[in-house]
Design a protein around this ligand. Structure first.
Ligand code: CO
Length: 141
């Protein structure tokens, strides 16, 4: 069973410009420094909310999986939602047993919070790309 909403992923051509929207227009107060995840082909910047986070993601490199998304949504847009799970391998196997498709090899990768993540095909969730991430040690319950 999924746990807490960890973050909402938003694709953008420019994480710094996008961050300004959430800070200036919506009054979010805490933006973290952007960082690059070359293996995932993204630059990431987190905005803290009272009960969750926004994960701004920008394409990094020619092979970034975000190029296709931004070709269809040039100004950016809502990309995925991420929920915490207790055990990523147990969650993956459970999802598979229920017939869901895991993107990529199905082996968890290290996500932006430093814990293993998987992505579920959007066609299995009504068009929503879902990220499942193993709950950080000492994280929220
Ligand atoms: Co994410």
């Amino acid at each position: 069973m999924i746990g807490r909403l960890n973050h909402i992923g938003i694709a953008t051509p420019d994480v710094e410009a996008a961050a300004k929207t959430w800070l200036d227009l919506y009054g979010a107060t805490e933006a973290h420094a952007a960082f690059d995840m070359p293996e995932q082909g993204v630059r990431v910047k987190f905005i803290d909310l009272l009960n969750s986070q926004i994960e701004l993601i920008e394409p990094l490199g020619e092979a970034s999986p975000l190029h296709g998304f931004l070709a269809n949504n040039p100004a950016g847009g809502q990309h995925h939602v991420c929920f915490e799970v207790e055990d990523i391998l147990a969650a993956r196997d459970d999802m598979r047993a229920k017939g869901a498709r895991i993107l990529g090899t199905g082996e968890p990768r290290i996500g932006a919070h430093g814990t293993p993540v998987i992505f579920i095909h959007p066609k299995d969730s009504g068009g929503v790309l879902v990220e499942l991430m193993q709950k950080p040690d000492g994280g929220h319950s």
